[in-house]
Design a binder for this molecule. Sequence first.
Ligand SMILES: [Cu+2]
Length: 123
Amino acid sequence: MNRRIVIAILSLGLFTAWPAIATPPYTAIIIDSGSPYFVPKSATVSSGTPVRWENPTATEHTITHIGCLEDPTACAFDSGIVLPNGNFTLPGLAPGRYPYLCRLHPIMYGIVTVTDSFAPSQL
Ligand SMILES: [Cu+2]
């Protein structure tokens, strides 16, 4: 086979494989201007799976764990301002329930439930 063709095929393989390597799987939550504001409002992920909020709205928002409002030591995550067309990604969280809201619009709230990778019934 012609060496150029072989190189072209190998290059094509590298380019098609690249996005899969560069982008780890994550669970996406889309911010919406109307109710329920976070889609899905209740998301369940297994521990180790990143969660990514995407903001396609024309407004700034935050993704703030409820614990941050009560006690800084109980704050699991706080995005700060997420700009329009911006996003906020959390690496994998420990198992638990994480209610959150938008500091700027507290009517916007949701919950992420992180399950253990191994359910007790499987042990
Ligand atoms: Cu908001």
